[in-house]
Write a protein that binds this ligand. Structure first.
Ligand code: SDX
Length: 393
């Protein structure tokens, strides 16, 4: 410590704010949105209901959820001029870069309703983000495979609509698969919020400068793209594929993960807060087994994931460090079963996290103690020096 400043690299022990949105207990492996256990919400809700809960603090009644769904339906389409942004991206541009760019570009289309102090502007921008995120994401996928963009179909529910925008082509409509839509619904719910994680703290940080909602969320998408955060689901499946191609030798990779010089980590393992099983990993693992038993998954990497978990959970290195599978460990197995390409996995994470980001941004704006986030540092550079003119350097 130097003076009043306490150094806390990575904010391991720093509470950056007070929040009433999500409760985590890392020791017990508890996750609740607005007091409701994630298990109950995953079992009984659809994702749009959970969006309402996170934004408004209460589960909606019939009238409220009907109005909310209708509100969202008004905003699912993208302005036709926004398609031009996609022409500028390389065909193999990462869809997270596209998502972050296009979300920020929304602020150029709605410049008349960006007032962060105007509740109706904030409401409309919030609805636009929730409604357009799947459209923006599906367009990014269609761009990458050279297929025409599919318009939203407002006769479908949130998840069905996303799947049809992803997989329909003008010549052949996507046949709605209820099981796939239900699996996607579950995944979006378990990703919907997670208190002050890296990307949510970023959204609050950027929003604290009075930057508009689109700019703040765009920054959150950028933070989520990192492989230590949301990018871990994509990295985890690549790791499981690598193990499969390498003969399925999980012991070799667990050994590598313990060797600091190898520069290799088991992606989808470990968590800053959960020092026991991530409750979301439990829910997703169970969903994998359900889909497997119903013949919807026949994926060798699921067996590898199960074996990897078994070996790691009995290995002292992981046990001592309380490293367990996290939300990203099994999610990729389901995304693959849904036919989602691996580069879109983190985009699905972002679509799920959208209500959480918005709820935190709004809570930060409304907090009585709201101030711009401006942490200090412990300076370790040179003491004062006299200037040296260039001829003397
Ligand atoms: C998400 O914060 C959130 O809530 C995030 C999230 C959300 O919903 O928003 O839950 C989503 O991001 C989940 C995490 C996804 N990331 C990964 O799966 C990447 C792999 N995991 C790690 O890199 C790591 O566990 C983190 C990033 C998740 C947590 O990092 P910490 O808390 O800073 O822990 P650390 O890097 O200090 O590791 C502690 C020890 C170290 O060993 P020692 O120095 O004590 O000897 O555990 C080791 C690490 O080397 N370790 C691992 C490991 N994770 C940590 N060793 C091997 N494999 C791993 N995966």
């Amino acid at each position: 410590e130097t003076g009043a400043i306490t150094l806390d690299e990575g904010f391991v022990n720093t509470g950056s704010t007070q929040s009433a949105i999500t409760f985590l207990d890392g020791e017990q492996g508890i996750l609740r949105y607005r007091g409701y256990p994630i298990e109950a919400l995953a079992e009984n809700c659809d994702f749009v209901e959970v969006c309402y809960l996170l934004l408004h603090g209460e589960l909606p009644n019939e009238e409220q959820i009907t109005a909310f769904r209708n509100d969202l339906r008004q905003h699912t389409m993208l302005h036709e001029d926004m398609r031009k942004f996609y022409d500028g991206f390389q065909h193999d541009a990462h869809p997270m870069a596209i998502l972050s760019s296009v979300i920020h570009a929304l602020s150029t289309f709605y410049a008349d309703s960006l007032d962060v102090r105007n509740p109706s502007d904030v409401h409309r921008c919030s609805m636009r983000l929730l409604a357009k995120a799947p459209t923006i994401a599906a367009y990014a996928y269609k761009k990458s495979i050279g297929q025409p963009y599919m318009h939203p179909d407002n006769t479908l529910n949130y998840c069905e609509n996303f799947l049809q925008m992803m997989f329909s082509v003008p010549a052949e409509k996507y046949e709605i698969d209820e099981v796939a839509a239900a699996a996607l619904n579950l995944l979006l719910i378990v990703h919907a919020d997670h208190e002050q994680n890296c990307s949510t703290s970023t959204v609050r940080m950027v929003g604290s400068s009075d930057a508009n909602l689109f700019a703040s969320i765009s920054a959150g998408v950028a933070a989520l793209s990192g492989p230590l955060h949301g990018g871990a689901n994509e990295a985890c499946v690549s790791m499981l594929e690598r193990i499969r191609e390498d003969g399925g030798d999980v012991d070799k990779y667990v050994k590598m993960a313990k060797d600091k010089t190898a520069g290799f980590r088991l992606m989808g393992f470990g968590h800053r807060v959960y020092k026991s099983f991530d409750p979301r990993a439990k829910i997703i693992k169970k969903a994998c087994h359900d889909l497997l038993n119903r013949g919807h998954i026949d994926d060798p990497i699921f067996d590898i994931a199960l074996r990897l978990e078994e070996v790691a959970l009995t290995d002292p290195y992981f046990v001592e460090r309380k490293l367990y599978p996290n939300v990203d460990f099994y999610s990729g197995v389901i995304y693959r079963a849904l036919g989602i390409p691996v580069e879109m996995f983190t985009v699905l994470f972002a679509i799920g996290r959208m209500p959480g980001w918005i709820a935190h941004w709004q809570e930060m704006r409304e907090s009585p103690g709201k101030r711009i986030y401006r942490p200090r540092q412990v300076y370790t550079g040179p003491v004062e020096r006299s200037f040296v003119p260039i001829e003397k350097r």
